[in-house]
Write a protein that binds this ligand. Structure first.
Ligand code: PLP
Length: 406
């Protein structure tokens, strides 16, 4: 029992309005409710780490500590170590971004980067447009600074710009401040879709014309199944785009290394605010990631991972085709970690998620990815973490559950 449990505290008297308004993440609630160790998890957005060269990473770690230990374990630059920022620029160049390493701000995962950006830019009541559905953690970061999230419908080409324009007019009509568009343009979490090149340009132009910012969140861009990468929004709208990147999905999330590339006029504000939250990102972890990227074999490793994720995706879809009730549909992601599934109306994925846990599978109901209560007949199946065998077994359990409910 917690030491606080017996005390009767008027919690709301002490909490900030912000903390009172903060909702626990549905994804984490679901994960906490799945205690069986043999549960097959389609819930995590966690990468598969089984193919990482841990022996090489161990050698790198040893070398760093032996030769640069006192640097590795010391405080470091607030904006990140120079050698990693150089690597980050090389990576971003794969998506058409030309950046000076000095412009990059390394953070403790890209989650912290989004939080910093929200803290610097959001006033209470500002509107942030986000894909509907969207990444719960990103929306929570904006909502944490009292932004209002307005969902924009998505089709096979990503956010529908005509809908964005319509919603923007509505927001203006009621006197609210539209602050920007939060988009995950590649292999979107959770919808799996890609934002078309034409829409990237239209969103950038609309934001520029309307005095809004683009929050471009791109942790999955290098994880296309066939290795294809797409030009980011940032290169054509560098003056209004805050770009977020991460090593979590392409290497590993444990070191917690991500970054942002803000417009130059925002750089200092972002660094100052990041510093307030964390002083600086962990130096040793940055050195380790940097050492990993020093050896060009990281590219071969990434190719291997793309193949692994593609096979997992195929195993999931092939099994779902056999087992899901008629009327179930899903998108066709060409990369990333997620399949977005729509089940016939009347089936409640939130209710079934808890029944699934009793039967040994866990997935995230669609409601977790909207702030407006939508998503009851939708769910996200992450195919990144379980083995192909577990994917097939787990998908059969899900099929049985949904056939019974249909
Ligand atoms: C779209 C998106 N953005 C940001 C993050 C945060 O990633 P990290 O903080 O591990 O870099 C995630 C993690 O799932 C994500 O899916």
């Amino acid at each position: 029992m917690s030491v606080f449990a017996e005390q009767s505290v008027d919690v709301e008297h002490y909490l900030s309005q912000r903390a009172i308004a903060a909702q626990p993440s549905e994804v984490r609630k679901i994960l906490r409710a799945s205690p069986r160790p043999d549960t097959i998890s389609f819930a995590n957005g966690a990468p598969y780490l089984g193919a990482l060269p841990f022996d090489r990473l161990a050698d790198d770690a040893h070398r760093i500590l032996e030769h640069h230990g006192s640097k590795a374990f010391q405080y470091g630059p607030s904006e990140g170590i120079p050698e990693l920022r150089r690597h980050i620029c090389e990576l971003m160049a794969l998506e058409g971004i030309t950046a000076d390493p000095a412009a990059v701000v390394v953070t403790t995962g890209s989650q912290q980067a989004i939080d910093v950006a929200a803290r610097v830019l959001v006033n209470p009541g500002d509107v942030i447009f986000a894909e509907g559905p969207s990444y719960a953690g990103g929306m929570a970061a904006f909502a944490g600074y009292e932004a209002e999230i307005v969902h924009v419908p998505v089709d096979a080409d990503g956010m529908v710009v005509a809908e964005l324009e319509r919603l923007l007019a509505q927001v203006r009509a009621v006197g609210k401040t539209p602050k920007g568009v939060y988009t995950i343009p590649n292999f979107q979490n959770p919808g799996g879709v890609n934002l078309s090149a034409e829409r990237r340009t239209r969103i950038g132009e609309l934001c520029r014309a309307e005095g809004m910012l683009v929050f471009e969140d791109n942790p999955y861009g290098l994880l296309g199944f066939d290795g294809t990468t797409t030009r980011a929004i940032q290169p054509d709208f560098a003056d209004i785009t805050i770009y977020f990147g991460s090593f979590s999905k392409m290497i590993a999330p444990g070191p917690r290394v991500g970054w942002m590339l803000p417009p130059s006029w925002l750089h200092e504000h972002m660094v100052n605010t990041s510093e307030t939250g964390a002083l600086n990102p962990a130096v040793f972890n940055q050195q380790l990631i940097s050492a990993y990227l020093d050896d060009p074999s990281w590219k071969t490793k990434l190719d291997e991972y793309r193949g692994i994720y593609c096979r997992k995706f195929e195993a999931l879809v092939q099994t779902l085709e056999e087992v899901m009730p008629e009327g179930t549909t899903w998108n066709q992601p060409t990369g990333g970690f997620y399949l977005w599934v729509t089940v016939p109306d009347g089936i409640d994925t939130e209710k079934l998620a808890y029944e699934g846990i009793d039967r040994g599978v866990v997935f995230v109901p669609g409601t977790a990815f909207y702030t407006n209560g939508a998503g009851h007949n939708e769910m996200r199946l992450s195919f990144c973490l379980p083995t192909e065998d577990d994917i097939q077994r787990g998908a059969r359990i899900i099929g049985e559950l949904f056939r019974e409910a249909a």
